[in-house]
Design a binder for this molecule. Sequence first.
Ligand SMILES: Nc1ccn([C@@H]2O[C@H](COP(=O)(O)OP(=O)(O)OP(=O)(O)O)[C@@H](O)[C@H]2O)c(=O)n1
Ligand SMILES: C[C@](O)(CO)[C@H](O)COP(=O)(O)O
Length: 243
Amino acid sequence: MVALVPAAGRGVRLGAGVPKALVPVGGRSLLSRAVRGLLASGRVQHVVVAAPPDQVEVVAAELAELPSAHVVPGGAERTDSVRRALDAAAQVAPDARVVLVHDAARAFTPASVIQDVVDAVEQGAPAVVPVLPVTDTIKQVDDAGDVVSTVDRARLRAVQTPQGFAIDVLRDAYAAAGDITTDDAGLVERLGGEVRTVPGHPHALKITTAFDLAIAESVLAPAEDRAPARTGAEGPQDAGEPE
Ligand SMILES: Nc1ccn([C@@H]2O[C@H](COP(=O)(O)OP(=O)(O)OP(=O)(O)O)[C@@H](O)[C@H]2O)c(=O)n1
Ligand SMILES: C[C@](O)(CO)[C@H](O)COP(=O)(O)O
């Protein structure tokens, strides 16, 4: 089993000043956590990471402890990064029949989600995505931002990663891809391919904004990695800090 990890994004919405994949949470980068999570699932033997093109050596050093992780330069769009990793997978894992595509930004995805996706592909589904029901009311608006309608959310799902594929299905989808898409299963859909869903998990959220990062630091990072809680015995706090 080979997993592709697109990690070449800049993280503009996070605004951390470094590529998002290299942002640490609890002393370990999002990328390192995502790759270790895939390997710890017990279902992934090889990982191909698409790094920001100017950070390939930095990313390789970040993953140096993980000999099953390989690093290639990513591209301008997520689709370009996945395509480059998929091409490299032919050398890294030539016998792989199943491939996962997993955002570095979904660094806290539970092993059970990874295992469920792999199981569904191995049981014959050509493409599998983990999903969550939409919990907010959804409205469609016009160009002015005025509400046009309220969408029936009963059949809406928010899509996470890892997304799993029979590797030939993903190769065919990328060979046919004309435009960029926001997810890989979208390319399979365009070819009329079947895409199955399995339950996702709130912890598999995509860390996109500073708020998401705060959630990761305070809730998702293992307790031993978190900054110690204040006891009140540390002495005076910074001026201006709320009591
Ligand atoms: N050219 C790109 C753009 C995105 N990604 C990866 O795709 C995943 C999902 O993208 P997103 O979370 O939107 O990351 P960014 O593109 O970095 O975010 P932003 O749009 O805020 O810059 C991330 O792991 C990101 O590194 C990638 O490999 N190559
Ligand atoms: C692949 C993905 O994470 C599934 O939700 C998502 O589509 C990525 O989209 P982004 O706009 O590039 O963050």
